[in-house]
Design a protein. Structure first.
Length: 236
């Protein structure tokens, strides 16, 4: 597969197409209106008053058929533009919702006090909930990359195999994943979840993860008394 055939290249091509579509629709509609307006003047120029009007009538009928075809194409272009704009609007709303959710998760990670506002504990008593929240963020990034064709199936399976070789991610998906139900791959999102479940069950079958849970280490901070003593000893 060449570089131009890569998922990222196809995604960039699709973005360019979506951006140029409204401009193309406007050009088609403008060309249709201009041709419709100028057609009578062109016919009058080509066929003066002493011309056989039966011939002019035949040309006018042919022009009417061509005008109808062009108008239909213009209407189709307008409809396509409306569909593209609606999809962009829906994608923007979804992005705003994901950003708001991401802000809530980030706040809960930075301030553990707010984690109780999510309801029951996300993680077991012996694990910090920040680790589960971080696993959720990792999974969201992979799902988004998969949705825009920036993550291939081989890459996804490799990432997930390493992901589930650690205690925290495996316990996270065991508690909050849908691995116990059969996911039907009706769309691209569902196909990614099916891959996640397959890799989780494969990891479970392979045995315990190689990386156990590692509690967060307390940050070492110098006491004010020690800092004062050090500063006094350095004074001349």
């Amino acid at each position: 597969m060449t570089a131009d055939d890569s998922p990222r290249s196809r995604n960039r091509t699709g973005d360019v197409f979506r951006r140029l579509m409204p401009a193309a629709v406007v050009l088609i509609v403008a060309a249709t209106m201009i041709s419709t307006f100028l057609a009578p003047f062109v016919l009058a120029r080509l066929y003066p008053g002493d011309t056989d009007f039966s011939r002019v009538s035949d040309i006018g009928q042919a022009y009417g058929a061509a005008s109808a075809v062009i108008s239909t194409l213009a209407l189709g272009g307008v409809l396509v533009g409306l569909v593209v704009q609606y999809r962009q609007y829906a994608a923007a709303r979804l992005q705003n919702l994901e950003d708001a959710t991401e802000d809530l998760i980030r706040l809960a990670m930075e301030e553990p006090f707010y984690q109780q506002c999510w309801g029951s504990r996300l993680a077991p008593e012996e694990m910090e909930e920040r680790a589960f929240l971080y696993c959720n963020r990792v999974m969201k990034v992979w799902k988004k990359s998969w949705a825009i064709n920036d993550l291939s199936e081989d890459q996804a399976r490799a990432y997930l195999a390493s992901f589930f070789d650690s205690t925290v991610p495996r316990e996270f998906w065991r508690r909050h994943g849908d691995w116990h139900t059969r996911v039907k791959s009706t769309n691209r999102r569902d196909s990614f979840l099916a891959i996640v479940n397959e890799e989780f069950l494969r990891a479970e079958k392979a045995g315990p993860p190689s990386r156990p849970y590692e509690p967060a280490k307390p940050v070492a901070r110098n006491r004010p008394t020690e800092i004062n003593k050090t500063s006094r000893t350095r004074q001349p």
